[in-house]
Design a protein around this ligand. Structure first.
Ligand SMILES: *[C@@H]1O[C@H](CO)[C@@H](O)[C@H](O)[C@H]1NC(C)=O
Ligand SMILES: *[C@@H]1O[C@H](CO)[C@@H](O)[C@H](O)[C@H]1NC(C)=O
Ligand SMILES: *[C@@H]1O[C@H](CO)[C@@H](O)[C@H](O)[C@H]1NC(C)=O
Ligand SMILES: *[C@@H]1O[C@H](CO)[C@@H](O)[C@H](O)[C@H]1NC(C)=O
Length: 202
């Protein structure tokens, strides 16, 4: 919860600014197919939020020992930075950004799945997470097509070598934390877009 608490002010800021910046006239006032996709994407993010807590099975004390390693996966999207820079993002830009982040998490989680299998740790949560990331990216891709935006190309992050189960656990903790932040950020962004679009409230 610590990361989320730290980030509350910037997210409130983001919420306020996005409300001011996103033009509400971008979409026709009738039932937009985007509304259905937004609902589906929010659902996927909610599933991912739950899964992000299941990446490792460690106690608080064990976690403290692991956390000293810090951030080793340089290619993971960093929500702490982007939350402050997102003020001026438009709907099309938020969706592009979300798509790129989702693709990045897919690559990292897939890599973690293999790393876990290599050291005989359960890869089930990683597999399930990847399924929902794939659904999310499919909806994002479709939404970008829907609003006539180009789908950004995927990057290939460089991923470190892993040899020990301890390494794998450290990476699980790191990805789990970042995935939580990503989910929190994504849900806010998707709700903002939903609020700016002519979508029924339920
Ligand atoms: C998680 O840890 C608890 C308590 O240590 C243990 O009972 C449980 O079997 C573990 N689950 C997995 C999936 O490793
Ligand atoms: C998003 O749309 C605005 C106009 O609505 C346009 O100026 C901007 O270039 C678009 N951004 C991207 C990343 O396509
Ligand atoms: C898993 O093991 C294979 C074979 O040893 C190796 O080539 C690969 O890099 C490993 N993958 C990860 C993510 O550790
Ligand atoms: C996005 O969707 C289009 C069709 O709507 C498909 O051709 C393309 O492969 C998809 N791209 C990704 C990255 O999923």
């Amino acid at each position: 919860m610590k990361l989320i608490d730290d980030c509350t002010p910037c997210l409130l800021h983001l919420l306020l600014l996005a409300g001011l910046c996103v033009p509400s006239s971008s979409y026709p006032a009738s039932r937009s197919p985007l509304c259905g996709m937004l609902r589906s994407m929010i659902h996927q993010v909610e599933r991912l939020t739950k899964l992000s807590g299941k990446f490792h099975n460690l106690t608080g004390e064990e976690l403290e020992h692991l956390e000293v390693a810090g951030n080793r996966l340089a290619g993971l999207p960093d929500m702490e930075h982007t939350a402050a820079h997102i003020d001026s993002l438009k709907v099309n830009e938020s969706l592009s950004q979300l798509f790129m982040y989702t693709q990045s998490f897919r690559l990292h989680v897939n890599w973690l799945k293999t790393a876990k299998e290599n050291v005989s740790l359960s890869s089930h949560p990683a597999k399930e997470t990847n399924t929902h990331l794939l659904h999310l990216s499919t909806f994002l891709n479709a939404s970008l097509h829907q609003i006539g935006e180009e789908v950004p190309p995927s990057q290939s992050p460089s991923l470190p070598e892993v040899s020990t189960a301890f390494d794998v656990l450290q990476f699980s903790v790191e990805i789990s934390k970042r995935l939580r932040m990503f989910c929190f950020w994504s849900k806010r962004v998707l709700l903002i877009i939903q609020g700016q679009s002519p979508c029924p409230r339920h």
